[in-house]
Ligand binder design. Structure first.
Ligand code: 2M8
Length: 441
């Protein structure tokens, strides 16, 4: 890609972030993931966005994280949506969740949802610190401001969601995974008996073509499960026993492990005691290989059945993101993917990863998390490959990501068949991560 192409991509990506920024009356602000379809602040979106902003507007990067953590619960949970504003464009909104009426941990204001998402904020906090003058008082003050919030966020996962103390975190809803309608959840969802019918009106399909969004049947399942969580007042102890959807999620756990490494770095700069963090960091590497299938890929576990969920999705590579695979284990994973035609006609050594293997029965190139290429997943794998020194492979991925973004625009997701952009146009995390990839060598 020429220098000019890179400059133009950077300018477009920055303008997407500027356009999706929402200024709040209290002087802070946040980024919506996209105009209309996602009018609030989302958890992992906001971490990716702060990383993008760290390259050209440190204040915005900080505000993005500050506004997210203004919705943190007293028990440490950072909710998956923070409702700083009101909007008629999204369901379910704050009136559905009623989090502050149901759980005394939830803040009065801003209102929030009652579940969480993969925690990328410790990574973002560290990136912001690196961009400030490292070692300066101001930079350390930033870490000091964030540390106890991040610590509580991680402590929540390791104490409330790590049921078996194995570093593999339990999620109670597909939305917590971030990969909403992934076929990873199909079997469980198919078997859940929806015995109450909620009356509700979807809003998403007003802004994005229905065929690119989860089906109505999936929405019924999401709302049914969210309603059940609400009935349990979002209490982890109750959900642990009774909730019909309980899955050990390898992707979220790997992201948590990666982010906990950054939490440790932050603690060390601040001279904080790292004993507990080190113990958390021991859990996943010691146990994740139990989630490995005979084909060398990694699978989630359905805790209600005590069985691995054998569907080939991008989550099967998660331990590469966590940085816990050796060079030969990483090679084995890519060889398996290539043999199974995961990336379609090209090999995964040379191509972008689709969200679901191209030869899987469930693969559908335009259906949300059931096939399309997502920038954040490929970015995470790129980071993992880069950190482990797989330079050749990482460089190919970087090149492919930038070419896709330059030639096809900054979309929410892309068809692996013709690389056309789908979903929301001018999508925030795709723009933010484009900026980060451009800034790397
Ligand atoms: C999607 O999820 C929300 C529900 O949380 C939705 O479909 O309405 C997912 O892609 C999720 O990963 C993302 O954080 C969110 C906002 O971009 O949209």
């Amino acid at each position: 890609m020429t220098e000019k192409d890179q400059q133009e991509l950077l300018a477009t990506a920055q303008s997407v972030l500027q356009n999706n920024w929402v200024e709040l009356e209290n002087g802070t602000g946040f980024s919506k993931p996209a105009t209309r379809v996602y009018p609030y602040q989302w958890n992992w979106d906001s971490g990716f966005t702060a990383i993008g902003y760290s390259h050209f507007n440190i204040e915005r990067a900080k505000q993005e994280l500050r506004s997210l953590f203004s919705g943190q619960w007293k028990n440490g949970m950072v909710p998956h949506i923070i409702f700083h504003t009101e909007s008629l464009d999204y369901f379910p909104d704050q009136s559905f969740w009623q989090a502050n009426k149901r759980n005394s941990s939830a803040p009065e204001k801003p209102q929030t949802s009652g579940m969480t998402q993969p925690p990328v904020q410790a990574i973002a906090t560290w990136r912001i610190y690196q961009k400030m003058r490292e070692g300066s008082q101001e930079a350390e003050e930033w870490l000091r401001e964030m540390y106890s919030k991040l610590y509580k966020q991680h402590e929540y996962f390791y104490t409330k969601r790590d049921r078996n103390k194995n570093g593999i975190i339990t999620i109670y809803h597909p939305w917590e995974s971030g990969m909403d309608n992934s076929p990873r959840w199909d079997d469980i969802l198919d078997k859940i008996e929806i015995n109450t019918k909620n009356k509700y009106q979807r809003q998403d399909t007003r802004f994005v073509d229905k065929r690119f969004r989860p089906s109505d049947a999936s929405y019924n399942e999401y709302i049914f499960l969210a309603e059940k969580m609400k009935q349990a007042n979002y209490e982890d102890e109750l959900l642990k026993e009774t909730h019909p959807f309980a899955v050990e999620d390898v992707l979220l756990s790997s992201i948590l492990h990666l982010a906990t490494g950054y939490l440790e770095k932050i603690a060390m700069v601040l001279g904080e005691n790292t004993v507990e963090i080190k113990q958390w960091l021991e859990r996943l590497p010691a146990n994740i290989f139990r989630n490995q299938g005979e084909d060398r890929l990694f699978y989630d576990k359905d805790l209600r059945k005590d069985q691995l969920i054998n569907v080939k999705t991008a989550a099967c590579l998660a331990p590469i993101i966590a940085g816990v695979t050796t060079a030969s284990q990483t090679e084995e994973i890519f060889d398996t993917l290539d043999k199974s035609g995961f990336c379609g006609e090209k090999t995964c050594h040379t191509s972008l990863l689709p969200s679901v293997g191209a030869k899987e029965d469930e693969f559908s190139p335009e259906a949300y998390w059931r096939g399309p290429i997502w920038i954040n997943i490929n970015w995470l794998v790129w980071l993992g490959l880069k950190a482990a020194g797989h330079d050749e492979h990482a460089n190919i991925l970087r090149h492919n990501l930038l070419t896709l973004l330059r030639e096809h625009g900054i979309w929410e997701y892309y068809s692996p068949e013709d690389l056309s952009g789908i979903g929301a146009n001018r999508f925030t995390w795709s723009a933010a991560l484009a900026i980060d990839i451009l800034a790397s060598e």
